[in-house]
Structure formats: structure tokens, C-alpha cells
Write a protein that binds this ligand. Structure first.
Ligand code: GLN
Length: 278
């Protein structure tokens, strides 16, 4: 039997609903636009168009992968961040809206610097580095990741978005930087505790574990960045770190103990403590 666009969507929606997907209608639409290579408005305008067997089979395959919990961003290969259309793969964390708070804070502190040197540590898809580079064309942004496969995604994003003031380095954290060379260090490091139950639930199960967990308390990488970060900053340089909603106090204390001044925590769109800077 040949399904029309409308019939295919009507069959898929309850399947996603049963799998506990919050917006089944929207996600079914997104996956079908992916299969057909069209805009969402096409689905409405051409709802009686018949799908070919190949198209229907591909759609059905995507729906069942979504039922198993695979994130929609990995199924489509895209996620929007700071109005940039980013490519994503299972090699990188899917950029989150909360991380836009970090970009916003970084930009506030960059306005006074004419040609800022910025390093994004553990860049993943390149989300933070690319957003900063786009907003500050005079900046030189170093996007650093120890995973070559993640760096390839970030590089592809820079290429697609024609952002040419980002430089890619394959290295672990601060390793590749020269002492006192940066005006700003930014990072969304892994910060979830290894035994956190959330890691076994929902979309996060499909994301790279190395981008998520940091030891028993989730603070191992943050401690490293706070402890050694200052050596790579120019005087009056800034360190901005994303962290868990319940880690604000710990991160503030760490920064103060390590000689940072002006230590402040910012809340994200959900009013959770999310970014600390100093
Ligand atoms: N904010 C992400 C989450 O809780 C985790 C990102 C990270 O560890 N850096 O799903």
C-alpha cells in the first residue's frame, strides 16, 4: 500500500506518543521533512501526495529509531544554536539552549577588547567557538578538542557557515596553549557525576559519555580548568565555565581559591545556576 504524507504522519504520531515523546506531531513532521528534503509547509500543502516505498521505509526507520530514544538532532544531523544551523553527529554533544547563556556572558565581556584571543576548550560541534567568532569577527577563536572525530564536525560547521576566524587544534584542555596568551577561556566541559541516574534515561544515552561525565562528583574537569586556566590567561582575562545547576557554589569557591576575582554565577533560561565566570 502507498501512504500519503498525511497518512504516514497519522500512523507515526501515536508511535512516538507511546514512546513518551513530548511533541510527537512536531517530531514526525521534522523526520518526514528530512526524508523528503522539503520545508514543513510542504507537508501541509501536499498532504495528499503519495510517498514512494523507499521514502516510506526510510521514514518508518527514522520513527522507530526515535521510538528507541535516539535524539532527533542525530537523526536529522542538525541542531540550531545561536541562530546557527550546526551539523551534529553522535561524536559530539548536542548543543543546548542553556549554553547560549555562556555565549551571551562571553560577549558582554568581549566588548571592551579590540582583537580578543579566545579558546573554547572541548569544543565538540564548535557551537560556542562559532557563535563567538560570528559575533566578533575581529576575534581569533581557538576551538580545541582532544577527539579528532569531534573536531572534524566543528571544522565542517565552520566551513559550511563560512566562519574563518576559528582555528582548530586537536589537544586535551589547555595543553596546546601558550602561557598568558588568551583574553578569554570558555568551556562547556563534562560535569555530570558518573553515577547520575539521568545518564540512563532519554536522549542523553546516545550522547558521547566523554562529553558528559567527570568523575564521582562531576567536577574533575572543572577543577582542572580552574586550577590551570589562569596560567594561560592574560592579566584581566576571563574564564567562563558551564556547570550543573547544583554546582554553582562549588565552582565559585574553586575559582576564588585559585585567585580569580569578580567571580559571578549566571542563571540560564530556566533560572538554574549554569555559568560561572571570573
Ligand atoms: N547540560 C547537559 C545535560 O545536563 C550536560 C552537558 C555537559 O555535561 N557539559 O544534559
Amino acid at each position: 500500500m502507498h501512504y500519503t504524507i498525511q497518512q504516514a504522519l497519522q500512523a507515526a504520531i501515536p508511535l512516538l506518543q507511546q514512546a513518551g515523546i513530548e511533541s510527537p506531531r512536531l517530531e514526525a513532521d521534522i523526520l518526514l521533512t528530512q526524508v523528503l528534503g522539503v520545508q514543513r509547509s510542504y507537508l501541509i500543502a501536499w498532504s495528499n501526495r503519495q510517498l514512494s516505498t523507499t521514502q516510506y521505509d526510510y521514514f518508518h526507520q527514522l520513527i522507530s529509531r526515535r521510538q528507541q530514544g535516539e535524539p532527533i538532532a542525530y537523526l536529522t544531523g542538525h541542531r540550531e544554536f545561536w541562530s546557527l544551523d550546526l551539523l551534529v553527529s553522535p561524536a559530539v554533544l548536542i548543543p543546548r539552549p542553556a549554553t547560549e547563556s555562556l555565549v551571551e556572558q562571553a560577549l558582554k565581556h568581549l566588548v571592551t577588547i579590540t582583537t580578543p584571543m579566545i579558546a573554547d576548550l572541548g569544543t565538540g560541534s564548535g557551537a560556542i567557538a562559532l557563535a563567538l567568532a560570528r559575533e566578533c569577527p575581529a576575534a581569533q577563536v581557538f576551538a580545541i578538542d582532544r577527539e579528532p572525530i569531534a573536531l572534524a564536525v566543528a571544522q565542517a560547521n565552520a566551513h559550511r557557515l563560512k566562519i574563518d576566524n576559528v582555528f582548530f587544534i586537536c589537544a586535551s584542555w589547555l595543553q596546546a596553549l601558550l602561557p598568558h596568551s588568551m583574553d578569554m577561556l570558555v568551556s562547556n566541559p563534562p560535569y555530570i557525576a558518573e553515577n547520575d541516574v539521568h545518564l540512563t534515561q532519554g536522549d542523553i544515552r546516545f550522547e558521547p559519555i566523554t562529553a558528559l561525565t567527570a568523575g564521582i562528583d562531576g567536577l574533575v574537569d572543572i577543577r582542572h580548568l580552574v586550577q590551570y586556566g589562569q596560567q594561560y590567561l592574560k592579566p584581566k582575562g576571563w574564564l567562563l565555565l558551564e556547570h550543573g545547576y547544583n554546582q554553582g557554589q562549588a565552582v565559585r569557591e574553586l575559582m576564588q581559591q585559585n585567585g580569580f576575582c569578580g567571580v559571578t554565577t549566571i542563571v540560564d533560561l530556566e533560572e538554574q545556576e549554569r555559568v560561572t565566570l571570573g
